[in-house]
Design a protein around this ligand. Structure first.
Ligand SMILES: Cc1cc2nc3c(=O)[nH]c(=O)nc-3n(C[C@H](O)[C@H](O)[C@H](O)COP(=O)(O)OP(=O)(O)OC[C@H]3O[C@@H](n4cnc5c(N)ncnc54)[C@H](O)[C@@H]3O)c2cc1C
Length: 298
């Protein structure tokens, strides 16, 4: 018999059982989540969290563009924050729900003549995922303009946290353990919409000529080591184009792993481990995954 809280969650949003995570990650791999919950809004999230048994593991999900979920899946609850999609602007500060696509936010900012988030036009995640990862590109990153975030703790209690308390660094944000980011506020500079759009177009063009954007990937697999580039190290280790199963190190950009069609998480993970081992042997550098690996370790 299903627990009573499952029935209540269905009134607070949409709950699915054994949902394939391959459908919800840009790499297109990953086994089932035992529970997949898309709350209807912020209030529903707080209520759901207050009711959930403390022993149910939670996994917040944005666009799944930086996640590798094991073939065995996730034995807990994935929380899809896609309904938190509000955007509000006041005095050069823009507030966005965790479920807003970063590309949409960048376009809205351009229309409003607000500069600082241009890079988001090229990153295929949501605002919540962008905060958790401190996403960045072309010399900009989330932490440059972030003012504060709204979060829900595991017990449903909500709180506002100033950016300076998050110790944000390269692809890293120290969020309180187990919290969900609900919204973020960015403080931006005014500029002409035309100048902002020109910068965004330039970034998109540079990206499309240097990355395998037409194929399923999770973006950069590894963080760049200090003063170096993971792609250079992988290429110099002779791994460009190397494949395991249906996962392949991209011929276009060696820090991307491409799902050639029927790849499994295990294929991708084995390729990650192979790149780590060969780069370690050849250069004495341990590559640290940027992609969040769920249910296994690299
Ligand atoms: C083609 C491509 C290009 C990319 N280019 C870049 C790039 O230039 N720069 C860059 O930084 N990244 C890049 N990425 C990686 C990815 O888009 C970013 O890391 C992005 O910020 C992830 O957002 P997401 O919503 O997809 O997060 P997800 O992949 O869904 O989640 C990533 C992590 O954040 C956590 N998380 C998600 N939402 C929340 C929330 N609301 N509260 C708490 N935790 C949360 C998840 O649990 C997980 O640990 C690229 C990816 C692809 C596929």
């Amino acid at each position: 018999m299903s627990p009573a809280w499952e029935t209540i969650l269905n009134t607070l949003g949409a709950l699915r059982l054994n949902e394939s995570m391959a459908r919800h990650t840009t790499l297109g791999v990953g086994g089932p989540a035992r529970w997949y919950f898309r709350p209807a809004g912020q209030q529903a999230i707080a209520e759901a969290l207050q009711m959930l048994p403390a022993n149910v593991p939670l996994l917040p999900l944005g666009r799944g563009s930086n996640m590798l979920i094991a073939d065995s899946g996730f034995d807990g609850m994935v929380i899809d924050l896609g309904e938190l999609s509000h955007i509000h602007e006041e005095n050069q500060c823009i507030q966005a729900g965790a479920g807003v696509r970063m590309s949409k936010l960048a376009n809205d900012c351009a229309r409003l003549g607000l500069s600082g988030l241009e890079f988001m036009a090229t990153v295929p995640g949501d605002v919540g995922g962008g905060i958790a990862m401190n996403a960045g590109a072309f010399g900009q990153q989330v932490s440059d303009t972030l003012k504060f975030i709204d979060i829900a703790h595991r017990d449903g209690h909500c709180e506002q946290i100033p950016a300076e308390d998050l110790a944000m660094a390269y692809r890293q944000t120290n969020l309180p353990a187990g919290c969900l980011v609900l919204a973020a506020c960015f403080e931006l500079q005014s500029d002409s919409p035309q100048a902002i759009r020109t910068r965004m177009t330039d970034m998109r063009n540079r990206r499309s000529s240097s990355q395998p954007l037409s194929k399923p990937t999770c973006g950069s697999v590894f963080k760049n080591p200090p003063q170096d580039h993971a792609a250079r190290l992988i290429e110099q280790a002779g791994l460009k184009g190397c494949s395991i199963g249906h996962a392949r190190i991209s011929d276009v950009h060696a820090n991307f792993i491409v799902n050639e069609g029927d790849a499994t998480s295990t294929d991708v993970l084995n390729l990650i481990r192979r790149a780590q081992n060969e780069v370690q042997q050849k250069f004495g550098i341990r590559l640290e995954p940027e992609v969040r690996i769920i249910g296994e370790s690299a």
